[in-house]
Design a binder for this molecule. Sequence first.
Ligand code: GBH
Length: 509
Amino acid sequence: MAKEDLSRRQMLGITAGGVALAGAAQAASKTGAAKGSVAGGGPFPKDFAWGVATASYQVEGAASEDGKGPSVWDVFCQRKGAIFEGNTGDVACDHYHRFKEDVALIKALGAKSYRFSVSWPRVLPNGIGASNPKGLDFYSRLIDELGAHGIEPFLTIFHWDYPQALYKKGGWLNRDSADWFAEYTSLLADKFSDRVKVWATQNEPQCFIGLGLLDGAHAPGDKVTATQYLTAAHNAMRAHAKAVQVLRARAKDVKGTKIGYVLAAQITQPATDKPEDVEAARTAIFAVGNRSEWNNAWFTDPVLLGKYPEDGVKVFGKDMPLFKPSDLEEMKQPLDFLGLNIYKADTFKRGADGKPEQIPLPPGYPRAGSDWQPITPASMYWGPRFFYDRYKLPVAITENGLATRDQVFLDGKVHDPQRIDFMHRYLAELGRAIKDGVPVTGYYAWSLLDNFEWADGYKQRFGLVYVDYENQKRVPKDSFDWFKKVIASNGRTLADKSALPLAQVTPSP
Ligand code: GBH
């Protein structure tokens, strides 16, 4: 087998036997961590949180209903050329009105947990000050509906729909933004912590700070200076920490409350299982080598280790903002888990100079509907492993999924074998990480529903359930039925190659 061909097969997690439960990487299990608890033959722990995820602006719609204030996304969607085909989240999946139907789908899937986010301006139309009873009531009814079906609510406090009123006051650039976030969190803690035990403060600071303020590709669509970008990131991390403190002080059941922080995890994988390549990938995953937002350590080291990474501080040099030294101490609040949104990995080997060297993908390498996502299952092994080794926190896979160009077929069904194959490979790799001792608390498929994919509008479909936006009809895809079996077996069907949907595209009559 040609060398090129081997690395391609390793990236995809293919070994001679088919889907690899033990592929490129056994060599690297050198953390000395205890083996994961093996329940009934599979690697997934008994209480593993099999879940699905959504986010408020992407599914709710009802953008100006029942007293909701505008968010930066409502405003950004009006900007010419900002969103694919001028799509907006005004209606989205109409989840605001159809949440009972959607909870019934989660129940039918057998998912144990539902990760959703609260729209800040829906509950606080001006971001701070007077709250909106109807907005609060929506989330209260959603949480009750989940409870009635035995589904654990996982509440993300902020998934990008920032109140426009606060943006006008400077948004994340304003030092007070951390206190605004704390005030918002207090409201949620008081209203929902009797029923919500699992919380994430923020989803992907790299995106709402980097894409939103540095690149201008996401709302609010600004392109600020490097110093302003760093200031905004700094305040967002201060806000995260204040929210953790608020939850610890105010949650009704403090001991039972689990708090995490969710990263747009930029994963690396080694080109081979040689220890020097594994170490090259490990070095690369925590390096801050340039000024772009696409790194991990800038957004995790302050929050988890109480310091900015030195290589990044060098990269930014005199553009580093001034801040109170005590900020760093305050930013580091104890967390219960680290949420990793994992979609793909970049591949590294040790270069001739001893430094990590990125290996380009072979031509024609498999990709998702979203161009940025090559299909790289081992990201689900190396991601959890590297993050656990560095930060020693249990990991939750808070998002993982694939966009495909789904459609309703002539038989009325939505056949999505690519998504099934993708999830099978990625979950098998997650199982391998657990087997090798990485504590993983849960896995949340992105997403329950096809939904508003930010600047890509409705072009990309990530759902286990197809949404016909003309009439809001939901059609569970083949992957929904497949994932249901995975959940029901607590992951044991992943070891069974016959679970691969090789012949499902053209079902026999
Ligand atoms: C998540 O973002 C979001 O949390 C979720 O709302 C979203 O719908 C979902 O994923 C699917 O996209 O590699 O330089 O080309 C993922 C955000 C999008 C961040 C792609 C990195 C590519 C940057 N990622 N982006 S690059």
